[in-house]
Design a binder for this molecule. Structure first.
Ligand code: IPE
Ligand code: IPE
Ligand code: MG
Length: 227
């Protein structure tokens, strides 16, 4: 039984949470942000060292401009506004995703959060924004090509990822019931355990992370070998 070092979460169901209450989808996203904070604290309490959160996919640009603008404003203002909290909790922020296409304000907020939290060691919070697993692989291969590489290996590709020092996720979980990866961590998920939970993201809290960890500890990982 290996311990849960890296938990990755596909935070889904904000829209459905709002719809059930006849509220605008934006309210669901705002509630989702509250869950994010609870889950972050819960993860620290459970001894998790890396938490990766899928915040915005390379496909989410297809949503109405109003919703995309709202989410971009959340990334710009809330990440920046929470730097003090991250430092108090000992949380190191890392950015995972494609910079091209993101508004400068969001990039500045992310860069600043990364810089101002870089010495923190309690937990590393990897924020996947404008992230796509296919894009991550293509960007890495393009970096290798531009360096004159003639033949790739899985190790070489991975070495060109945004955060190659962060180990692959042990457990990838998704809220709100759907059982798919939606382009999240396609390369590193090779041997990740997967977990799907019906609870909508705005209903997640510290206790849910305890449940998730307990579920993970029941898994038997073989990585293609024998026990
Ligand atoms: C997840 O919630 C948040 C993002 C994808 C940004 P959704 O917005 O996908 O919520 P549902 O799936 O419509 O309920
Ligand atoms: C996945 O959720 C992306 C994020 C959580 C950021 P989506 O709601 O975009 O995924 P699909 O469209 O249901 O696959
Ligand atoms: Mg969704």
């Amino acid at each position: 039984m290996s311990s849960l070092v890296h938990l990755a979460i596909i935070m889904d169901g904000n829209g459905r949470w709002a719809k059930k209450r006849n509220l605008p989808r934006a309210v669901g996203h705002l509630e989702g942000l509250k869950s994010l904070k609870k889950v972050l604290v819960g993860s620290i309490n459970e001894g998790i060292k890396y938490l990766s959160l899928y915040c915005f996919s390379t496909e989410n640009w297809k949503r109405p401009k109003e919703e995309v603008d709202y989410l971009m404003a959340l990334f710009s203002n809330k990440i920046y506004g929470e730097i003090k909290t991250y430092n108090k909790l000992g949380v190191q922020i890392r950015f995972l995703g494609k910079r091209d296409g993101l508004p400068q304000k969001a990039l500045d907020a992310l860069d600043r959060a990364v810089e101002e939290t870089k010495s923190n060691t309690a937990l590393t919070l990897q924020l996947a924004i404008n992230y796509g697993g296919q894009d991550e692989i293509a960007r890495a291969v393009n970096k290798l090509i531009s360096e004159g590489c003639k033949e790739v290996t899985p190790e070489l590709i991975r070495s060109k990822f945004d955060n190659p020092d962060i180990p692959a996720a042990d457990f990838i979980v998704r809220s709100a019931g759907e059982e798919r990866l939606s382009n999240f961590l396609l390369f590193d998920s090779a041997y990740s355990e997967l977990g799907f939970y019906d609870k909508l993201w705005p209903d997640w809290d510290e206790a849910m992370i305890k449940t998730v960890k307990e579920d993970y500890l029941k898994r038997e990982r073989r990585f293609g070998g024998l026990l």
